[in-house]
Structures are given as structure tokens and as C-alpha cells.
Design a protein around this ligand. Structure first.
Ligand code: GYE
Length: 310
């Protein structure tokens, strides 16, 4: 523990104060320098979740390309799958006084405070790809993303149709249709929505039962790990509902290692429609691919320009 006498303490705090002011003036100066350099281009702070899937990297590139095309200055931050890193990034955007903040919220909760700080700083915020739960919806200026509940419903409708015959015989056979679900990131609006939409369609049909549901965090490696686990646990799986192609590719790998035929021995439904999943569909290793378009960059930048124009 270091002890200061009161005079030194006073001098010390004056020094601290001078440093902070210089920084801010420097920031403001830098910002005004930026504004001088690119006076018609806005500065957008973009906080991305990470690079957990081909969908994610395509989404990032779409935003970066659209910004470059529009002459928009993009300050990009990769949160490496951590919410605290995203909050740190949003706070640095606020300190830096960007014109607009756009972010992909990894989970739905925990954004109220930092969005209030952005509002206090007069910086509009756009929520992209995934949704958030905040007490005051006016804390953000807009949302651009996909309808995950609808994606889940489409997966449910596919299963409903696929097992039409077996369902009709259920009353006499009592043969259940066993479903395994690979859940996305816990607490993310996309995983919650896909699960909700899927159950909304199947719940009225008791012949369907979800016997296993675990989060693979949208990662191929985790999809593989969980597949090794549930293929060990169950012999009578009819359907695998995977929340994204990344996890699905891990499942296919594990099934083939076990000598099983994906798409034949077990019906597989996946969401995203990245090229590898389309190829697997063509090869019959996947039975249903539901599209989720990652190329939202142009819309995000267009809305950012509208929202943040100087
Ligand atoms: O389905 C998955 C990614 O938020 C819609 O996140 C996105 C999802 C997408 O990891 O591949």
C-alpha cells in the first residue's frame, strides 16, 4: 500500500485531470480530424460476436464490404464469443464518439446499462441479427435480422410432412418419433426462437418427442462431441434438428465414423444454408436445409447512414 501526503495527492490528481482532458481533447480533435478527412462519411462502431461459423464470417464480410462501398468508416470489434467483450467494445465506441453503433447481441439480456450510456452520449444504436430484451425498447433505433421463430416453424413443418404416414398409424402402433435437438448458443434469441417455432408446430402432435436437447453453441466441434454422446445413448433416433449447419457438419462426421448413413439412418434438418450444407443435401446426407441469409450488410449500413447522418 503506497501512502501519499496531501500536497503530493493534490498534485497527482491535477496531473490525472490534465491527462484525461488531453485524451478527450485528443479524441475530439482526432474525431474532428476524421470528420475533416471524411466529412460526408459517418463512423460506425460495429461489434460482432466472433467467427463461430461460416454464417458469421459471411455476415462480417457483408457489413465490411457494404461500409467500404458506401465510404462509411467502420470501427470493427470481434468479441470472441464473450458478452463482456461486446460491452467493452460498445463503451469504447461511446468514448470514441462514433456516429452510430451497430452490434450483434450474443445473448438477449444484459444490455440495458450500456445502451443507456449510448443514449446519454447521443449515439443511436442498431441491433443486428439477434434480438435483445431491454426494459425500454426505445434504447435502440432499429433491428435488422432474420425471423428465427419462423425458421423453427419451417423445420417443424418439414418433420410433420416427412412423418405423415407414421403419424397416421400412431394410434394403433404407438411408435413415437424420437427427436434430438442441437441447440445454439444458450440465451441467444436465435436459438430460443428456433426452438420455440419448432415446438409450436410439433407440440399438438404427441407422437413426436424430443428425447435430447443440448447446446452446441453453433460450433462444429461441439456438434461432433454431442453427436458422439447421443449416438452412444440412443439407438432409436429418428430425427436430428440442428440449429445451424456448423453443428450439423460435426454430426455428419460423427455418424459416418460410427458407420451410420446421415440422411438415411437418421433424418437431419439444419438451418443456415451454407455451401457445405447444400452439398450435403445434394448427397442425401441432409434432408432439409432452411435458409438464413447472412448478407445483411447493405441494409445495416443504409440504416446506419439514415440514423447517424451528420
Ligand atoms: O444461424 C449461426 C451463427 O445468429 C443467425 O449464428 C445467426 C446464427 C447462425 O452462429 O450459424
Amino acid at each position: 500500500m503506497i501512502h501519499y501526503n496531501k500536497h503530493i495527492k493534490k498534485q497527482f490528481s491535477i496531473i490525472i485531470f490534465i491527462i484525461i482532458t488531453c485524451c478527450l481533447v485528443g479524441c475530439r480533435a482526432q474525431k474532428s480530424e476524421l470528420s475533416n478527412i471524411e466529412d460526408d462519411g459517418i463512423i460506425v462502431g460495429f461489434s460482432q460476436i466472433g467467427a463461430e461459423s461460416a454464417w458469421r464470417t459471411c455476415n462480417t464480410r457483408s457489413v465490411q464490404d457494404a461500409a467500404a462501398e458506401q465510404g462509411v468508416q467502420l470501427v470493427y470489434a470481434n468479441a470472441e464469443q464473450k458478452q463482456e467483450n461486446q460491452i467493452k467494445a460498445l463503451r469504447s465506441f461511446i468514448a470514441y464518439q462514433v456516429d452510430v453503433i451497430a452490434f450483434v447481441p450474443i445473448v438477449t439480456d444484459g444490455w440495458d446499462n450500456v445502451l443507456q450510456e449510448a443514449r446519454d452520449a447521443g449515439i443511436p444504436v442498431l441491433v443486428t441479427d439477434r434480438k435483445i430484451d431491454v426494459a425500454d425498447q426505445s434504447l435502440y433505433a432499429g433491428f435488422i435480422g432474420t425471423d428465427s421463430v419462423k425458421e423453427g416453424r419451417n423445420a417443424g413443418l418439414f418433420v410433420l410432412d416427412k412423418y405423415k404416414d407414421k403419424r397416421e398409424r400412431f394410434a394403433e402402433t404407438e411408435e413415437y418419433i424420437n427427436i434430438v435437438e442441437l441447440f445454439g448458443t444458450e440465451g441467444s434469441s436465435v436459438a430460443l426462437g428456433r426452438a420455440e417455432g419448432f415446438r409450436e408446430i410439433l407440440e399438438p402432435h404427441p407422437e413426436f418427442q424430443i428425447i435430447y436437447s443440448k447446446s452446441g453453441d453453433f460450433l462444429r466441434s461441439k456438434g461432433y462431441e454431442l453427436a458422439v454422446e447421443f449416438l452412444e445413448m440412443y439407438e432409436d433416433i429418428d430425427v436430428i434438428f440442428s440449429h445451424n449447419d456448423g453443428m450439423t457438419l460435426g454430426v455428419i462426421e460423427a455418424m459416418e465414423e460410427k458407420g451410420l448413413l446421415p440422411g438415411t439412418d437418421i433424418v437431419i434438418i439444419t438451418i443456415d444454408a451454407q455451401q457445405a450444407a447444400i452439398d450435403a443435401l445434394r448427397e442425401g446426407k441432409v434432408n432439409c436445409v432452411i435458409e438464413c441469409n447472412p448478407k445483411t450488410g447493405p441494409e445495416i449500413i443504409k440504416l446506419a447512414e439514415k440514423t447517424g447522418s451528420r
